[in-house]
Design a protein around this ligand. Structure first.
Ligand code: NAG
Ligand code: NAG
Ligand code: NAG
Length: 949
């Protein structure tokens, strides 16, 4: 049989199939099929059916379309950017003309730019001027004068569990990890996507417009992910949230005549899929190989089948169906290059394993997620099949488990230097994706260039998702997803003033703080961390963190020059508006402070003295950490690398369960989290024992800069406060917990001894610290306090830690003299008992902190942390300075810098009844709470040292 070929491609169009003739017609005439090949060349094949050829099967047309589409690559249809209306356009959306914006387009900056949004897309970007008739041309458009404010593309998150690990966290909304097998490529996150997750609107408040929703990482192959836009839809369905629904979202009925859209798949290596008993990394990689081998065989069978079909060899096909398997089709598509693989992978071993897998089965990886060690093995990434994967990372979230132990804040900058793409991601709600931009801000602080930092949450993730043709850039023809910012988006506390998704403004009545926002023209001038970044690589992720130089009493003086000011305890500020100060220090003690030569003349400096230029920096009180397990763990999720949980007095019969435990007995010094906190100006920590039960025990106050417990000044107070926790997330009810607390606190009968632990609290010598979030629980505690006080005739010193809903009782807390240490300082409804939040700007003008302060409540803040869980959150203590700075910036001038500093230091001491070490922290280039500065020294008179960091 000869097959005359018409090779003129100009007469044909990609995917232009003839309308389907019936099988009956087929047998009577020549059929023609237009066949698209992977190379993009087009082949016309004529099948002559003469003599007694094998009859074409009934499914001929479907088979030919399917086989023709076998090698087609996902992407937008041709001419996509000539569209005038988006497929996501919502009828009735008014066009918007944004005037005079400083536009960061994703590729550069357009000063005084104008952007026209209509039809759900960006119709034009540029300078429209003030031409006559302009109003007429854009009649009907809402005009928004940006007054020079920054505009960026919407923020894009490549790793979110929004809707599948829903917020507030409830058992009934956990659709993130299936426990039915290691390999489940057939599962689809879309099938569990909860449309009622509180996170969507909070995400918008952070400028997040698009997210890839992924299954969890408990399986080697956890299933398929889906790209959604964050806005509510009129249909209110999960399907209507999808951006470019993958071609087979409706199941097996696929229209092969249009180019396919990208599919997304979650894989995971390392500790999480190894979580099951007896499962190892070796098992996980065998499971990958076995699964991919299954897919490979199906692919080969399909290719053979289609080769025959497209060659008209019906005798080979006969009545066989296209070889397919619903369970494996998604993996076959991976091998066909139609699926973006997103792999949770931390360590060098996992990355190496996975790169080997990609080369064995020939498929590319879109991104390694978490990717904590990619900066140590850039060459492994460069060996990956296809092109090097992006690293989708956290900025500072680390050390919670072994495979996260060698994380470095310098990783984004190091990867970028190797020419590897960097993405900052949230793993929401691990990091709250509303604050994804803050991950990019931190990456920038630690050395990633400003443009690259912005790209790491816009253009690069858009490209990683295969959506770079429509999101991640401010460009004509792209989706109208934009964010208007107060200050430059890399400035601390940057908050959207408006967010557009598909051209629809998302904030109804945006609240923001024009007073405090630094409306300066660009990103912050961040310090230099090149030395630290080099050490991180040199030491394989575990660089020494001890002070570079420690000046003890026997050594010379440390002379700080260029000091802008000194904030002493109690907020006393020493500064000279006209000149920088010189401050002379010995053994942590300030000997002299002046703006002229007085100090230099008064003190003879020796060869062992050191001069430290602070370049306009400050000396301020060290911060105090409370609200994490700092000092009780090296690695939170390794039992052998932490102190561990106390017995729960409510449920345990163990003999020591009735004893009140002292954290001081389990303290570990020199943990990496403690040193990193110290290096970030957190000199003191107050940590209660770890417990999920009612009675935590006595907290210990200690120095984060001490190397051992027996060192001078290492422990400031061995039993600072008695800590209890009242929560709905307990094995016993809240009412039972309160009953137990009442019994502990009420005065004993005449013949009973006062309970040992409670006695201190009752005698007013020790605060009772209650970890609680629910307003209902806090109300009960306020009543209990009054009840106990009237019985004992004395004041009970009570402090709340957590206090997510405390703002609802601000007046009552103020009147009762109960202070609150707010954790997390930026509210998020992680759980039901934390759901009634004051979200802060741009959703509400006030925050929890501001509302409490307005009612004269003494407020402290703890680190932002992970899911508000103190057991995991010790990594976050180093960020306390930025948390305090942020709380100040969003307060619209209500909180001064001195007050913000006090909230993260002296006020915590006050609330916990601790004197504090009195350590001071020297910063270069700016104040402690800013991105412009770097902590360079700690002055400790309690420990009689000056540490140069
Ligand atoms: C744009 O905004 C800036 C800042 O408010 C202002 O100085 C400038 O005059 C504005 N330009 C135009 C063309 O409106
Ligand atoms: C899925 O089916 C719906 C109709 O039920 C259709 O509107 C939509 O375009 C289909 N989506 C895809 C990706 O095929
Ligand atoms: C807070 O204290 C100030 C000064 O003592 C007082 O004037 C103000 O009325 C108090 N505010 C509230 C809400 O109690």
């Amino acid at each position: 049989m000869s097959l005359p070929l018409d090779m003129d491609p100009s007469t044909t169009k990609t995917n232009a199939f003839p309308t389907a003739p019936s099988t009956h017609q087929m047998t009577r005439r020549i059929s023609r099929a237009v066949v698209t090949l992977a190379t993009g060349t087009v082949l016309l094949a004529f099948f002559f059916l003469s003599g007694s050829p094998p009859a074409p099967p009934a499914h001929l047309q479907t088979t030919i379309s399917r086989c023709s589409a076998l090698h087609s690559k996902p992407g937008p249809p041709p001419g996509f950017h000539e569209r005038t209306v988006s497929d996501r356009f919502v009828q009735g959306t008014r066009p918007v003309l944004i005037r005079n914006a400083t536009v960061w387009t994703g590729e550069g900056v357009l000063e005084a730019g104008d952007i026209l949004l209509s039809g759900g897309i960006i119709q034009s970007v540029g300078h429209l001027g003030l031409a006559e008739g302009l109003e007429k041309e854009y009649a009907g458009a809402d005009v928004l004068d940006a007054k020079g404010a920054w505009v960026t593309p919407g923020i894009v998150d490549v790793h979110s569990h929004v809707g599948v690990e829903s917020v507030p966290g409830l058992v009934g909304a956990m659709d993130v990890n299936s426990m039915h097998g290691a390999v489940q490529p057939w599962l689809r996150a879309l099938d569990g996507l909860n449309t009622h997750d509180e996170s969507y609107k909070l995400n918008i408040a952070g400028g997040l417009t698009t997210a890839l929703v992924l299954p969890g990482s408990s399986n080697a192959i956890g299933g398929q992910g889906f790209v959604i836009k964050n806005r509510p839809t009129t249909e209110r369905s999960p399907s209507s949230m999808l951006l470019e629904p993958p071609f087979n979202m409706n199941g097996t009925a696929v229209d092969y005549s249009v180019p396919p859209r990208w599919r997304h798949m979650k894989h995971a290596c390392g500790e999480n899929p190894s979580g099951e008993y007896g499962q190892t990394r070796m098992d996980t990689f065998w499971q990958f190989r076995e699964a991919y081998e299954t897919a490979r065989r199906i692919k080969v069978a399909q290719d053979n089948y289609c080769d025959a079909a497209l060659a008209g060899k019906w005798d080979v096909i006969e009545d066989k169906e296209f070889p397919d398997d619903m369970q494996w089709e998604a993996l076959v598509d991976v091998l066909r290059g139609k699926v973006k693989i997103n792999t949770h992978c931390y360590e060098a071993v996992d990355l190496d394993d996975f790169v080997r897998l990609t080369n064995e089965f020939k498929f590319p990886v879109a991104a390694f997620h978490h990717a904590h060690e990619t900066y140590l093995v850039p060459h492994v990434l460069k060996r990956a099949y296809g092109k090097p994967p992006a690293s989708a990372m956290f900025a500072s979230f680390a050390r919670y488990k072994r495979e996260a132990y060698r994380h470095s804040v310098f990783a984004p900058a190091i990867l970028h230097q190797h020419g590897l793409p960097v993405v900052m991601k949230s793993d929401h709600p691990a990091i709250v994706s509303r604050y994804l931009l803050h991950e990019a801000q931190q990456a920038h602080y630690y050395g990633l260039p400003a443009d690259v930092a912005l790209q790491s949450v816009t253009t690069v993730p858009a490209d990683v998702l295969g959506m770079g043709h429509r999101i991640g850039r401010v460009k004509k023809g792209w989706d109208a997803d934009l964010v208007l910012w107060g200050p430059h988006p890399l400035q601390l506390g940057a908050t959207p003033t408006q967010v557009f998704i598909d051209g629809i403004p998302q904030l109804e009545d945006p609240q923001f703080s024009p007073k405090s926002a630094k409306r300066n023209s660009g990103p912050p001038h961040v310090p230099n961390f090149e030395r630290e970044a080099k050490l991180a690589v040199q030491h394989e992720g575990l660089p020494p963190l001890e002070p570079v130089k420690r000046f003890t009493v026997d050594q010379g003086l440390v002379i700080f020059t260029g000091v802008k000011g000194v904030v002493l305890d109690e907020g006393r500020v020493a500064a000279n508006a006209d000149a920088l100060l010189t401050v002379i220090v010995r053994a942590g003690e300030i000997l002299c402070m002046s703006a002229d030569q007085v100090c230099n003349e008064a003190y003879a400096t020796g060869a062992d003295s050191e001069v430290v230029d602070l370049a306009g920096g400050w000396i301020t009180p060290g911060l105090v950490s409370l609200g994490s397990s700092l000092g009780l763990q090296d690695i939170a999720m390794e039992d052998s690398a932490k102190d561990g949980e106390v017995f729960d007095a409510m449920t345990s019969n163990a003999p020591v369960a009735s004893e009140v435990v002292r954290a001081v007995d389990g303290l570990m010094f020199g943990t990496r989290d403690a040193w990193l906190a110290y290096r970030a100006g957190v000199t003191d920590a107050i940590t209660p024992p770890q417990s999920s039960g009612l009675i935590l025990g006595f907290s210990a106050a200690f120095s984060t800069g001490a190397t051992g417990k027996l060192e001078k000044g290492a422990v400031a107070k061995d039993a600072a406060a008695l800590h209890v926790r009242v929560t709905y997330a307990s094995t016993v009810g809240v009412s039972t917990q309160i009953a137990a607390l009442r019994r502990l606190l009420m005065p004993p009968a005449a013949d009973e001894e006062v309970h040992g632990a409670a006695a201190h609290a009752l005698q007013g010598t020790m605060p009772l610290v209650v970890h609680a979030d629910s307003a209902d629980v806090i109300a009960t505690l306020i009543e209990l306090k009054a009840e106990v006080e009237s019985s004992i005739g004395a004041t009970l010193r009570m402090t709340i830690v957590g206090g997510a809903e405390a703002h609802l009782l601000a007046r009552e807390l103020g009147e009762a003299g109960v202070g609150v240490i707010v954790i997390s300082p930026r509210a998020f409804p992680y759980t039901w008992e934390k759901r009634r939040i004051l979200p802060g700007p741009p959703l509400t003008q006030e925050t929890n902190i501001m509302h409490l302060l307005a009612h004269n409540v003494t407020v402290g803040i703890g680190p932002q942390g992970t899911n508000g869980m103190d057991m995991i959150s010790s990594w976050a203590v180093r960020n306390l300075r930025f948390d305090a700075g942020w709380a100040m910036l969003e307060s619209d001038g209500q909180i001064s810098e001195a007050e913000a500093l006090a909230m993260a230091s002296t006020d915590i001491n006050k609330l916990l009844g601790v004197k504090g070490s009195g350590d001071l922290v020297a910063t270069r280039g700016g104040g402690l709470l800013e991105f412009e500065s770097k902590v360079v020294a700690v002055l400790s008179s309690a420990r009689a040292v000056v540490d140069l960091l």
